[in-house]
Ligand binder design. Sequence first.
Ligand code: OSB
Ligand code: MG
Length: 375
Amino acid sequence: MIHLDRIVLREIRLPLREPFRISSGEMTERRILLCELFDADGASTWSECVVDDAPNYSPETLDTAWPTITRFLAPRLLGRRVETPGEVFALLEQDVRGHNMAKAALEMGCWAIAAEQAEMPLARLIGGTRERIATGISLGIQRDVHALIAKAEEALAAGYQKVKIKIAPGRDVDWVRAVRTAVGHDAHLMADANNAYTLADTDRLLALDDLGLMMIEQPLAWDDLVRHAELQRKLRTPLCLDESIVSLERAQDMVTLEAGRIVNIKPGRVGGFTASLRIHDYCESVGVPVWCGGMLESGIGRAYNVALASLPNFTLPGDLSPSARYWAQDVVTPEWTMDAEGMVQVPLGMSGIGVTVDRKRIESLTVRAEELRAR
Ligand code: OSB
Ligand code: MG
């Protein structure tokens, strides 16, 4: 049983080792929202709300998630007894529209509390079966095509099993073709447009069809399915939806409309693990492969992604780069690493999220904190 009596929210600032640019914006430093959850029985854990500073990926930001949690979401959990973490999503969904990342931070934290109570690794509690997970890298938009080629070659040499190239109009077909020529036809490449195109760009997108990409991620609007379906009818390359899939129902709609053939599951975007598990199971039942995306999480958010990606239908490499790719120093020990085969180990040797949170470091990075208690 889960019975939270205290939640502490914190904002920390963590500078990225290099700026990360996507078609809709650039990040140099992450403003990260962390939650610490305390159960009345003594169990506690950390979770991460994967919002960013600006609403260029989803409508949520750190500054919308914070008051949504304090005013609307945390009061529903604090002081309440809940039998299983699988009930938390419905509790947070009831009459609260949207704010999936805010919901997910608390919902996933409840799963980790349950894992602590059961003395089980989170990955096993949710039904994960893998011990190692194939990893891909997401390469931000580079200064020029030469820089992009160098990054892609470096990533493949390091063992990454998939290279995702962020694209935008003018930095797309020629750039991806140049990478393909440099790395050869066997390398697993894909492109992610983060909504940079419309159907008026169909010819340009069709030119990507000859480059042997595993998939093209979210070329059209963040909330669109119908136009993605129109595009998919013309493309041989599978479309993968990211931004558009905010719930099980949207994943079902994607399949019904044939708007895409692959789903990128980010637990924050869909409201947590319960929704992620439903989408995973549904996709498995209709033969749609899924993989785990990333939001430049700290090592805390990464722990949840790794646990989720250990489920059986996560058959494609996830955006689960090791800590050192993002940060000079992560907030967890051990830091997340990847072996030479591009595999991340699922931590199965301890209960809960599988890493130890460096509280001293988090305290030194904290710019604000707020404690919430059962009333
Ligand atoms: O579209 O997948 C995306 C990062 C921020 C916002 C959106 C996306 C991304 C990434 C980075 O691609 C994935 C990672 O965490 O390495
Ligand atoms: Mg994406």
